[in-house]
Design a protein around this ligand. Structure first.
Ligand code: ZN
Length: 381
């Protein structure tokens, strides 16, 4: 492995620059222009290295693609994956958006999840230069992960599953917490309680029916059903009322429900419907609207075996012991797990402060994560 690790060390500076460049292009999930610029850079990176390229051109979401090194490899392929969309508006980080301080890189997407793109492409480039030829090695790029793939109406997920199908392993390169690799994640259901009452002048208070008051009762009822380690119901956004002197006739409560498995999905939906159907303020009505849904990544035997494999490789080459992480956040790794592909998540570089302006990536971990992934691919049975 020494030769492979030397190759990665010699390439790592180039990939830190690459990461800086793609993070300096702002690419929120709905910024198709920015996303397509990043897509273009990654595509030409693939062309320069003669990778096989499959692309999916999309109308609203950013275009996506898969790159394959060694497409004629005899054993089943392996996949690395990451997304290029971020949660940040233009200008939030100032210009240029990316700043470097010693070994730290700060900027939109440095860890969530463009750092994962850099790690994936570095690992594949190193395998190419090393002459690895057992299996095809794919990189699958996503463009609307942060919005549960709503912008492409699920087409990016369909593309990802088709590309990953039949593969021996799927490494989702979201950012890493040192010493942990994720084998299980919660699913997310996003719903809206659309509550209706009756408007009246505040001076004629008793003639109105307050939708906001009903919402208050419903929020307390629903959030009260949350359990540590179990299903949680978070009413994160509310919109209601029109003016201070009007009894509000409408209120929308947006809910984020986190579930561990499919049984909990059915249960949680029933609980939300029960709260919706319970009338606390006489005269109000409530409808449950669907916003989006991301399935849970279940802890399958295949996921645990892949975790054990990486952990063994990690110990063998001095990258330390890892523990399994069970995450409360959702990710695209759920879909490849559901498709029956051995999947692990959060194997990108080390970083933190996701979705905040302090988002950071620890630069030396880019090479280290690429080494662990490339060695794990080589040593896969
Ligand atoms: Zn994110």
């Amino acid at each position: 492995m020494e030769k492979l690790f030397d190759i990665i060390d010699s390439l790592s500076g180039e990939y830190v620059e690459f990461l800086t460049d793609i993070c300096n292009i702002e690419s929120k999930s709905d910024n198709k222009e920015g996303l397509d610029r990043v897509w273009e850079i990654i595509k030409s990176h693939g062309i320069q290295r003669s990778y096989d390229i499959k692309e999916l051109i999309l109308e609203k979401a950013g275009n996506v693609l898969s790159l394959t090194y060694n497409p004629k490899g005899e054993k089943p392929h392996v996949c690395l994956s990451a997304h290029m969309d971020t949660v940040f508006d233009k200008g939030e980080f100032g210009y240029p958006p990316v700043k470097r301080a010693g070994d730290m890189l700060y900027g939109p997407g440095v860890i969530d999840c463009k750092g994962g793109i850099a790690v994936s492409l570095l690992a594949i480039d190193a395998l190419r230069r090393y002459g690895y030829n057992d299996r095809p090695v794919k990189f699958i790029l996503q463009s609307d992960e942060e919005v549960e793939s709503v912008n492409s109406e699920g087409k990016t997920i369909e593309f990802m599953i088709n590309e990953a199908k039949g593969g021996a392993a799927f490494f989702n390169c979201e950012g890493k917490t040192k010493g942990y690799i994720t084998t299980k994640r919660k699913g997310i259901i996003r719903l809206c309680l659309d509550i209706k009452g009756k408007a009246a002048h505040a001076g004629d208070y008793f003639e109105g029916i307050s939708a906001i008051r009903e919402a208050a009762y419903k929020i307390i009822d629903l959030e009260g059903k949350s359990l540590k380690g179990g299903i949680t119901y978070n009413c994160g956004v509310i919109h209601g009322g029109t003016a201070l002197n009007v009894v509000p006739d409408t209120c929308k409560v947006y809910i984020d429900v986190r579930i561990n498995n499919q049984e909990e999905y059915e249960f949680a939906m029933e609980e939300v419907k029960k709260t919706a159907a319970t009338v606390f303020v006489q005269g109000t009505s409530c409808e449950v609207l669907h916003v989006s849904h991301r399935k849970p990544m279940e802890r399958t035997g295949a996921n645990v075996s892949l975790f054990n494999h990486i952990n063994k490789v990690s110990r063998k080459y001095g990258f330390g012991e890892h523990k399994e992480c069970f995450s409360n956040g959702g990710s695209d790794a759920a879909y490849t797990t559901l498709a029956g592909i051995a999947t692990v998540d959060d194997v990108g570089p080390i970083g933190g402060k996701y979705h905040t302006k302090e988002e950071w990536c620890y630069i030396p971990s880019i090479a280290e994560s690429a080494k662990l992934l490339a060695a794990s691919i080589i040593e896969l049975d």
